[in-house]
Design a protein around this ligand. Structure first.
Ligand SMILES: Cc1cc2nc3c(=O)[nH]c(=O)nc-3n(C[C@H](O)[C@H](O)[C@H](O)COP(=O)(O)O)c2cc1C
Length: 344
């Protein structure tokens, strides 16, 4: 345990019967939080890692492409937290059953995605415009499965609209076991700053655990926000890209210790493992994502622009990895002096 006294122990976070080993969690990110990324985050101490949002319609039809999003290893990922989106209670309930049949230990409902194509079809954050629908969705899923059901949402559709402070108790009445609040209005997209006062306010009144999300750009900030808000957990999204050690660092920061930066060898090892797992998982389909992922790991290192170009030019994965190794071996940069950087 990285913390040394009871006062420094982070809050205990449980999702239904699942006591999580850490309150610092990997946020769901579409196209990114596949099994390789989640596995790495969990290895670095994330208490939970949520899948990207999965279409309930596609999942209820058991489409092969969609079922791939449910890839996990039950020996390494418990609880397996699958996020679904949908606006038809029956379909969503059916999809939740399929997810549970494929190993889901908990199901999360996406009531927060503000992407245009998602909200234009009435999904994601659009659910926040209709609390009756939100209740029907939560109730249908909670009645369909025996695993805990959680919801991830935003403060409200926009200022002036009914807010999560009204919605949360209704969701809890429907059987929802935890609520993640990304402290922005849907209409804000990702602009402005996440409002952690809103997270604190919800946490203070909620009978179920509240997990805060938004702008946790460093381990220190994640630890600080968790402490100050009184939330039961904190989700880290963008700042975990290429920095899976942020989960280990956040626990250290919570205990008042200096968050240790990874050595260059550790950075290279993490990048290589991430790439290898993606390849194992996706084969040739990994090519585009793999480039992105490799670049995450070097972006904050001086002199990485040339490597980035080389990786983008190169089509052969093994050669991309060789370029990466050469970059680290050449060591034409000074290791960071423990200073934390913002999100990549
Ligand atoms: C690329 C990307 C994809 C995302 N996909 C999802 C998603 O599938 N489901 C979801 O609930 N939130 C999604 N989010 C929102 C994150 O889970 C998180 O709430 C948000 O990014 C704020 O946290 P951060 O500042 O730590 O990144 C996504 C965010 C990003 C940047």
């Amino acid at each position: 345990m990285p913390w040394s006294s009871a006062e420094k122990a982070p809050p205990a976070l449980a999702i239904g019967p699942w006591a999580l080993p850490s309150p610092f969690l990997l946020a769901p990110m579409a196209g990114l939080t596949n099994w390789p990324f989640r596995r790495l985050a969990l290895q670095y101490g994330a208490g939970l890692a949520t899948t990207e949002m999965v279409s309930s319609v596609a999942l209820s039809f058991r489409g092969q492409k969609t079922l791939r999003l449910l890839k996990t290893d039950p020996a390494l990922e418990r609880p397996f937290h699958v996020q679904l989106f949908g606006r038809d209670p029956e379909r969503l309930a059916e999809a939740a059953k399929v997810a549970v049949g494929h190993g889901a230990d908990a199901v999360d409902l996406n009531f927060g995605c503000p992407a245009r194509k998602v909200v234009n079809s009435g999904h994601g954050a659009a659910i926040l415009k209709d609390f009756k629908l939100a209740e029907s969705l939560a109730k249908a899923v909670a009645q369909a499965v025996t695993v805990p059901v959680t919801v991830k949402t935003r403060i409200a559709w926009a200022p002036g609209w009914p807010s999560v402070f009204d919605l949360a108790p209704r969701l809890v009445d429907c059987g929802v076991a935890a609520i993640t609040l990304h402290g922005r209005y849907a209409a804000q997209g990702f602009t402005g700053e996440a409002d952690w006062e809103a997270v604190a306010r919800l946490a203070a009144h909620s009978p179920v655990p509240v997990i805060g999300s938004g702008d946790l750009t460093t381990a220190r900030l994640a630890a600080q926000r968790l402490k100050d808000s009184g939330a039961a957990g904190a989700m880290i999204g963008r700042a975990a890209k290429g920095r899976p050690w942020i989960f280990r660092q956040s626990l250290a920061a919570f205990a008042g210790m200096e968050p240790e930066e990874p050595s260059l060898a550790e950075r290279l090892a993490a990048a290589t493992v991430h790439a290898r797992w993606l390849l194992e998982e996706m084969g040739p389909r990994a090519a585009f994502l793999l480039r992105t992922v490799l670049i995450w790991y070097v972006r904050e290192l001086p002199g990485s622009a040339a490597l980035r170009e080389a990786i983008n030019r190169e089509t052969d994965v093994e050669r991309q990895l060789e370029s990466l190794v050469r970059f680290f071996e050449a060591g034409r940069f000074e290791p960071e002096s423990g200073a934390e950087k913002g999100p990549l």
